[in-house]
Design a binder for this molecule. Structure first.
Ligand SMILES: [Zn+2]
Length: 69
C-alpha cells in the first residue's frame, strides 16, 4: 500500500479507494488547500481573542460633591 502525505496537515494518507480525498487526508484538508476557509466558513480554532473585557477598569463613579451642597 502506498502512503502519501497530506499536503495540508502532513498526515499519512493511504493511496487507495478508501481515501477519496487523496492526496488529502480528509475533505476538510482538501477544502483548506483549495482556499475554502478564506470565505469565512472555516475558522481556525484558537484564533479568536477576547477583546471585549479588560480594556477598562471600574466604570466612572458618580460625582456627589455638588449634590450634598
Ligand atoms: Zn490532512
Amino acid at each position: 500500500m502506498t502512503t502519501v502525505k497530506c499536503p495540508t496537515c502532513s498526515a499519512p494518507v493511504e493511496w487507495g479507494p478508501q481515501s477519496p480525498y487523496r492526496p488529502f487526508c480528509s475533505k476538510r484538508c482538501k477544502l483548506i488547500d483549495l482556499g475554502g476557509w478564506l470565505d469565512g466558513s472555516h475558522r481556525i480554532p484558537g484564533e479568536e481573542l477576547p477583546d471585549s473585557q479588560g480594556e477598562f477598569g471600574a466604570p466612572g463613579l458618580p460625582d456627589n460633591d455638588e449634590a450634598e451642597r
